[in-house]
Design a protein around this ligand. Sequence first.
Ligand code: SF4
Length: 223
Amino acid sequence: MTNDVPTFRAFAVSRHRLMFDGEGVTTLVGGYGCPLACRWCINGVCTDPSFRPKIYTVPSLYDTLKIDSLYFEATGGGVTFGGGEPLLQAPFLAAFIRYAKEMDAPWRFNLETSLAVPPALFDALIPEGIAEADCPIDGFIVDVKDMDPAIYERYTKRPQDAMRRNLSRLAALCPDRVTARVPLIPEYNTEEDCDRSEAELRAIGFSHIDRFRYVTERPSMKK
Ligand code: SF4
């Protein structure tokens, strides 16, 4: 291993998640940093400059995760990279998955992402022109937000172009590996907007659509 191997900044590593963010038992590796500024974000720590993320090298993260390798193998589970936005650290993800495969780790690799990163970062993990069989990610959970550019920009404070470009790449490469999440976002979109987003996603080739509503208030603690 050479010194130029990238490192990964994580705000959390969460073990023993069952059927929550991928098949089987998974460990969620939460990447620090996010290019979006969503109003109802529940992971504010990801963009808090005072937070000190834990730094992993490829071998140190592998050693951390392999403790659950038997669970992964028995249940068809594995590792889910989330965040924040894990694609901000795409070169690390590519190096890590390559390393784990060299070690014969029988793990599934999932990516929970907004896809809101520049093409060069997306392509660092999913190179242009690869075959689906060579795609390093087994399952994508894509946080689409809303397909309407104006709603998207109002909610995330960023333009939609990067997400759309990278979503097109996935539609062409491996639509059946993608679950597209379409939330009803209080104060930002309506059920009709979600219907339109779902219809557009189906039209470009995605069939796994996850519709749900963001919860923006905690339930009352009164007895
Ligand atoms: S993409 Fe996710 S982590 Fe980033 S600001 Fe939005 S909700 Fe928060």
